[in-house]
Design a protein around this ligand. Structure first.
Ligand code: FMN
Length: 211
């Protein structure tokens, strides 16, 4: 069971397993959750547009709203410190100026590179089909979710990635625009109350080829 902070990458990745039952006495402070989310968002994203958005569902009231759409994942909703809903923002390009402008201000990117890239990206996003935008934010959302689960372990917490919930309902239930915020997954997080189950991986020979 993983309950203490660790920087040991091997133990972080080999020790992670889906945990569905948590110690209900353990909460995660807003400060620490902010650290975990900050570490998660160091993940790469397409043209660095960081389309991920997080809804940290931790109050009893918010969990009560989530429970009816969480299908067979009630134990995680009931016992976790929080259920993090990961969304992708279809309007992610609205942040382009802030992201690239800040890079220039911090001396990370020459101003002319920013101008050139933003001009190209503006042209790209202005004709971007919705399904391509959606596909991209799902990829980026998957990357940030994985990083979140590993960051959680480094902080001594465990997680479970959850796809079993009513995806067509979650945004509206929490007052968000469902055409804009596309659900990627739920991630339960907390201190493990049991060991979970070890699981099998296909051998690399069966899933990889070299040419
Ligand atoms: C996108 C995604 C959706 C998942 N949905 C659920 C779910 O709804 N409920 C659940 O208990 N586990 C869910 N899982 C967890 C998987 O069952 C689990 O990751 C897999 O069996 C491997 O086990 P491990 O995470 O312990 O290594 C999901 C995992 C992923 C990546």
């Amino acid at each position: 069971m993983n309950t203490t902070k660790t920087n040991d990458f091997t133990s972080i990745i080999t020790g992670r397993r889906s945990i569905r039952k948590y110690d209900t006495s353990v909460k995660i402070s807003k400060e620490e959750m902010t650290e975990i989310l900050t570490e998660a968002t160091l993940a790469p994203s397409s043209v660095n547009m960081q389309p991920w958005r997080f809804l940290v569902i931790e109050s009893p009231e918010a969990k009560a709203k989530l429970a009816p759409i969480a299908k067979f994942n009630q134990l995680q909703v009931e016992t976790s410190a929080a259920m993090i809903a990961v969304f992708g923002d279809m309007n992610n390009f609205d942040n382009a100026e802030e992201i690239y402008g800040t890079a220039v201000k911090r001396g990370l990117m020459p101003a002319e590179v920013k101008e050139r890239q933003l001009a190209a990206l503006t042209a790209h996003f202005s004709v971007l089909p919705a399904d391509v935008n959606r596909e991209t934010i799902m990829i980026d959302g998957g990357l940030v979710s994985m990083q979140l689960m590993l960051a959680a372990r480094a902080h001594g917490y465990d997680t479970n990635a959850i796809g079993g919930f009513e995806k067509d309902k979650i945004a509206e239930i929490f007052g968000m625009d469902k055409d804009r915020y596309i659900p990627v997954m739920l991630i339960s997080i907390g201190k493990a109350a049991d060991e979970g189950y070890a699981s099998v991986r296909l051998p690399i020979d069966a899933i990889a080829q070299w040419k």
